[in-house]
Each structure stands twice: as structure tokens, then as C-alpha cells.
Design a protein around this ligand. Structure first.
Ligand code: GDP
Length: 456
């Protein structure tokens, strides 16, 4: 029998309410020991809410509370669950939790409620990971992808592919075990076709991974350019705050400022960097070093040029230096002068989008958003009803599966015996199972749940 666990499930700090969750066979009886109201909780119907007080060991009231009683199996953990809502802040909730621990519950480990939901079969591993992704999501797109994963979109896709392979593997096992019998209900062509089909499905899932992971975590975007071209003004325009200090003394942005921005659903982690230009100023030099580093680290580079003055060697140096990156070139200050240098920049841009903008008036901002959408296929991903891979662990498992299936297809194509291909097919089955948690080690499971917060 699993021990009954309890934890505060709301974040620390002041707030309207705090919720303490208790889960396990003794959840209701433990809650009854600390609760006084007009009912005994062991007598109430499931999924009902009750008003009363919690008392500590000495009979002193810890708080006025509402208690929700939810009996197994229709609960988050599939065990009996009691949730006690106390007033917010640390004191009332902490004292109430202490009373519950004294009454016999154990303190829950990080992620233990969700782990129980997984171990009790209510959700699979990818769905459990979706719970943490919903909590940690910084933008609607990431949250929607996580919600869809929690609803089982990815699990269903994986189970479909894995199911086909499991059936194939068992049919092949019969041929391998009884080679002399005339049992061949699966031909080499069948094996080849099924493996190829599964391989294509795997590739399709993998094709969503790079952008899916980026969109979950945010696109690291470095805003680079010479001093005074309008980088801070652009950051302000995009974040609609005055977080970066805007001045017209060249070289005032000496450190890298990072800002999480949700640009109409596009999650950007913007880094406004020190202006890149030759300098003898030591502090500025350090800032410029950091700018160059942030170009290396960035997923996307936004180069800002001052469109009101002729492009010089420093501008061209930045354009050259970022040639290998995903980038967008902005010609700023087009409210002063428009179009004069655009063609010249375009011919140096090597096909990267070049957009005329005014960080001051906001003109061109929509074109910038559209260019980012296009680079990261955001329209396609948000319209997609199928699974999107947003988790590096899933991506790695899919890569393993892809490799195994490619080997299987190769074996069959080159006329090798079925038992060789069946080794690869079993490897693919195992890799798919890692995603849903069927074939994953306890150590990995523990690691995943330990990254959760306490109370989840
Ligand atoms: P940074 O050094 O690249 O971060 O440049 P800032 O954002 O500090 O801007 C330098 C100066 O250019 C400030 O005086 C801004 O008001 C001005 N500026 C920035 N963007 C524009 C723009 O689009 N149009 C005009 N007219 N001025 C701008």
C-alpha cells in the first residue's frame, strides 16, 4: 500500500488562497483527524466541497478552510485525494500542512502526485511531462502544444506506430521460431512496407521537433548592430516597455539585456546587445565580447542598421559575421530616410530577409513578425492538429527509432534474413516505448519527476 502523501500545491508567497493536496488510501481519514465542520469527511459524497476549520495537534485552529473530497479512481492520482484550501500566504498553509503531517501523512517528494498518476496508469510518461510543460509555458502556443500532449495526441501517434511494429515483430517471431513450417502470413514485402510506413511517420514527427522545442523554450534572439542604430528602441518597441535605457550617446548599452517577449504568440528571448564597433573603452570592449558571444548562442539574429546613413565597414562586418545564422536584417529609421540603401543591403544579405522599419513609429513591425513566423513555420505549427515534438528527450528517442527503422529497411532491401531485421524492429519498439514510458528505466522516471516542483 502506497503511503499517503501531502504537500502545498500552490506557489510560496502571498495570494488569495493556498491549496494543500493529500493523496493515498488514508487521505480522507487523515483529513478527518484535523478537520472540524458540520460533517465528517468519511461520510461525504465524492467530489464535494465542505466548509470548516483545521486544528493542529494541540486543538488550536490553524485556519478557516474549504475541503474538497475526491475518491478514487476519478482523481488526479487515481488515489483518494483531499484538497484543503486555506487562506494564502505561508503561515496558514504551512501550519495546516504540519497538522496533516502530524496526523499521519508523509511529505510528498517533488512531482510525486504526477508520478503516482503515471504509475497508476492514468497518464503515460509523455502526458506527465506535458503537465510540467503547461505549468512552465511562457506563451499560448507552447501551452496549447502541451495541452494537446496531455490530452494524448502524441501518445496516440506513438502507440499507433509502436502497435504496428509490435504486431509485425510477433508475426516475424513465428517465422523465426518455426522456419520449416508453412506459416508465412507476413512476407518480406510486408515487412519492408510496414517498416517504411513507420519510418515515414517517425520522420514526420521528427520534422516538427526543432521548431517545436524552440517554440516551447522561446527563440533566443540577439539584436545586434553598431551603437545608436536603434537596437534598444527596437527592444522597447517589441516588448512595449521601457526596460532598455534609450539614449543618443553612442555605446550606452554596455551589457546584454535579456527580455522574454510574447510577440503576438511568438515566444522570443530578446537580447539587446552592446553596439558592435571598434573601441578602446575597456568596459565597452567587454560588452562587445558579450554581443559576439550572444550571436553564437542565438537561434535568431536581428541585425539593425541605421537607414538614415550610408552603410559602412562596421555594418558590412556584422552582415558578414552572421552569414551562417538564421537572421533578419532591419533597416531602421526609415521615418527619416526610406529606401536609399535598401538595394545595397539586399545584395549583401545573401537571401536573408531585409525589412525597412522604424523603431520609433512602429512601421515595419508587422513585416518583422511575419518574417519570424515564416522562418519558424509558426503558422503551420499552430494550425497543426497532429502531434508536435517539443521535448528533447522525445526527439532523441525518435532519432533512435528512426535509425533502427532505417537499418531494418536496409536489411530487408539487401535480402538479409528476417531475424536480423527483427533486432532493429525491436530496437525501434523500445525507443518508442521510452516516450510513453513503457520501456524506460526507473532512474530516468525518477529524474523526470524530480524536475517537477513539490506539490505537483
Ligand atoms: P542603440 O544604441 O542601437 O540601442 O540605439 P538607441 O535605441 O539607443 O537609439 C539611438 C537613437 O536613435 C535614439 O535617439 C533613438 O531615439 C533614435 N532612434 C531609434 N530608432 C529610431 C527610428 O526608427 N527613427 C528615428 N527617427 N530615430 C530613431
Amino acid at each position: 500500500m502506497a503511503k499517503t502523501i501531502a504537500a502545498i500545491s500552490t506557489p510560496p508567497g502571498t495570494g488569495g488562497i493556498a491549496v494543500i493536496r493529500i493523496s493515498g488510501d488514508d487521505a480522507v481519514s487523515i483529513a478527518d483527524k484535523v478537520f472540524t465542520g458540520s460533517v465528517r469527511l468519511c461520510d461525504v459524497k465524492s467530489h464535494t466541497v465542505h466548509y470548516g476549520y483545521v486544528h493542529d495537534g494541540s486543538g488550536r485552529k490553524t485556519d478557516e478552510v474549504l475541503v474538497t473530497v475526491m475518491r478514487a479512481p476519478k482523481t488526479f492520482t487515481r488515489e483518494d485525494v483531499v484538497e484543503i484550501s486555506t487562506h494564502g500566504g505561508m503561515t496558514a498553509s504551512r501550519e495546516t500542512l504540519d497538522a496533516i503531517i502530524l496526523a499521519g501523512a508523509d511529505i510528498a517528494e517533488p512531482g510525486e502526485f504526477t508520478k503516482r498518476a503515471f504509475l497508476n496508469g492514468r497518464i503515460d510518461l509523455s502526458q506527465a511531462e506535458a503537465v510540467i510543460d503547461i505549468i512552465n509555458s511562457t506563451n499560448t502556443l507552447a501551452k496549447n502544444n502541451a495541452l494537446s500532449q496531455l490530452e494524448g495526441t502524441l501518445s496516440a501517434e506513438i502507440k499507433k506506430i509502436r502497435g504496428k511494429l509490435v504486431q509485425l515483430a510477433s508475426q516475424m517471431q513465428v517465422i523465426i521460431d518455426y522456419p520449416d513450417e508453412d506459416l508465412e502470413d507476413v512476407t518480406t514485402d510486408d515487412i519492408h512496407a510496414i517498416c517504411l510506413d513507420c519510418l515515414n511517420d517517425t520522420k514526420k514527427l521528427l520534422s516538427t521537433a526543432d521548431n517545436g522545442i524552440l517554440l516551447r523554450d522561446g527563440i533566443k534572439t540577439a539584436i545586434v548592430g553598431k551603437p545608436n542604430v536603434g537596437k534598444s528602441s527596437l527592444l522597447n518597441l517589441l516588448s512595449r516597455t521601457n526596460r532598455a535605457i534609450v539614449t543618443d550617446i553612442a555605446g550606452t548599452t554596455r551589457d546584454v539585456i535579456e527580455e522574454h517577449v510574447n510577440l503576438d504568440g511568438i515566444p522570443l528571448i530578446l537580447a539587446d546587445t552592446a553596439g558592435i564597433h571598434p573601441t578602446d573603452d575597456l568596459v565597452e570592449k567587454i560588452g562587445i565580447e558579450k554581443s559576439l558571444q550572444s550571436i553564437d548562442d542565438a537561434n535568431l539574429v536581428i541585425i539593425v542598421l541605421d537607414g538614415s546613413s550610408v552603410p559602412d565597414d562596421d555594418d558590412m562586418h556584422i552582415i558578414k559575421k552572421t552569414m551562417h545564422k538564421s537572421r533578419i536584417i532591419l533597416i531602421n529609421k526609415t521615418d527619416i530616410l526610406k529606401g536609399k540603401y535598401t538595394e545595397q543591403i539586399r545584395s549583401a544579405a545573401n537571401g536573408s530577409p531585409v525589412i525597412e522599419i522604424s523603431a520609433l513609429s512602429g512601421s515595419g513591425a508587422d513585416e518583422l513578425k511575419n518574417a519570424i513566423r515564416e522562418i519558424y513555420n509558426i503558422g503551420e505549427i499552430s494550425a497543426q492538429s497532429g502531434a508536435v515534438i517539443t521535448n528533447l528527450r522525445h526527439k532523441k528517442a525518435l532519432h533512435k527509432a528512426q535509425e533502427a527503422l532505417e537499418n531494418a529497411v536496409g536489411c530487408i532491401s539487401s535480402g538479409m534474413p528476417a531475424d536480423i531485421a527483427s533486432i532493429d524492429i525491436n530496437a525501434a519498439i523500445e525507443a518508442f516505448g521510452e516516450i510513453t514510458g513503457e520501456t524506460v528505466s526507473d532512474l530516468i522516471i525518477d529524474n523526470i519527476f524530480h524536475s517537477f516542483c513539490v506539490g505537483k
